[in-house]
Design a protein around this ligand. Structure first.
Ligand SMILES: Nc1ncnc2c1ncn2[C@@H]1O[C@H](COP(=O)(O)OP(=O)(O)O)[C@@H](O)[C@H]1O
Ligand SMILES: [Mg+2]
Length: 260
């Protein structure tokens, strides 16, 4: 389904120097696989998700979706199908909410992709996400958790085959995080979810891809195995060694960097 071969990407800094933020990235994701993308801030997670969503293109290497190379030419021809098949939830939900009401926000994609029974579908998704009462409200006035629910409803109502999520729990309180984890667990969809929260990750998929601080993949395999692999976790800076003193006795132990 998704196939990346030797992808590199760079941004220009303020002096027009190319700064590489993805280096030689290769992996495949098959249908119905649920993959977590781990890495500290700045490792390149958001850039990789944007690339998979066709918002930017690799500087070298190739990205294939369903055996077709995704580039400008491909998207010029297939952007509508592509955008319906792959949904990206960006890191900041506010940046993706732009309609006057929650109702319009959910209806927007349905209209774009010419779904029928629009009103019934909006209500179906609003009920599922328990946001029926705020359908007439402006998305901009909502709490972080409500915004995330509205965004997710508007992304999922067009029935994408692949869901790309960028730190979906960043704006959520513990109960809403719990709700989202339960919801995503039940969802049978190919997914790639970026996070630096390891305990959350193991609830949301079976496989992990880890980006290191040098912007390369330093691990691709089962999450279970990753969680036991402290040297990779330390290399990814997802785990940190602390030295403590108790009654003049020094000892070392590991901390998961699990706070948000
Ligand atoms: N539009 C941009 N222009 C220049 N540099 C960028 C831009 N977006 C991201 N970067 C830089 O690229 C690197 C990777 O960023 P990002 O993909 O957002 O990482 P992550 O999502 O893992 O935190 C960071 O050093 C970031 O500052
Ligand atoms: Mg990011």
């Amino acid at each position: 389904m998704i196939k990346c071969e030797n992808i590199s990407y760079s941004y220009e800094d303020y002096q027009y120097n190319e700064v590489e933020v993805l280096k030689d990235i290769s992996f495949e994701i098959n249908e119905k696989e649920r993959v977590l993308l781990f890495g500290i801030n700045g490792s390149g997670k958001s850039t990789l998700l944007k690339l998979l969503n066709g918002l930017i293109y690799p500087k070298s290497g190739t990205y294939q979706f369903n055996n077709e190379i995704v580039n400008k030419k491909y998207l010029k021809k297939n952007s509508k199908t592509f955008r319906q098949t792959l949904s990206l939830q960006m890191q900041d939900p506010s940046s993706m909410l732009f309609n006057p009401t929650v109702y319009d926000e959910i209806a927007f994609g349905l209209k774009q992709f010419e779904f029928d029974e629009l009103d019934a579908k909006v209500h179906h998704w609003a009920k599922l996400f328990k946001i029926e009462k705020i359908l007439k409200t402006s998305p901009l006035t909502l709490s972080g958790g409500q915004k995330q629910k509205v965004l997710l409803a508007s992304l999922l109502c067009i029935e994408p085959k692949v869901l790309l999520m960028d730190e979906p729990t960043a704006h959520l309180d513990p109960p809403t995080t719990g709700w989202l984890v339960d919801f995503l667990k039940e969802l049978e969809i190919t997914s790639l979810i970026a996070t630096h929260n390891l305990s959350l990750g193991k609830e949301l998929g079976e496989r992990a891809i880890v980006l290191g601080e040098k912007h390369q993949i330093i691990y691709d395999g089962e999450i279970k195995t990753l969680l036991e692999d402290s040297s990779t976790l330390i290399e990814a800076q997802l785990l940190h060694k602390h030295t403590h003193s108790h009654n003049k006795l020094e000892h070392e132990h590991y901390h998961l960097h699990d706070w948000k």
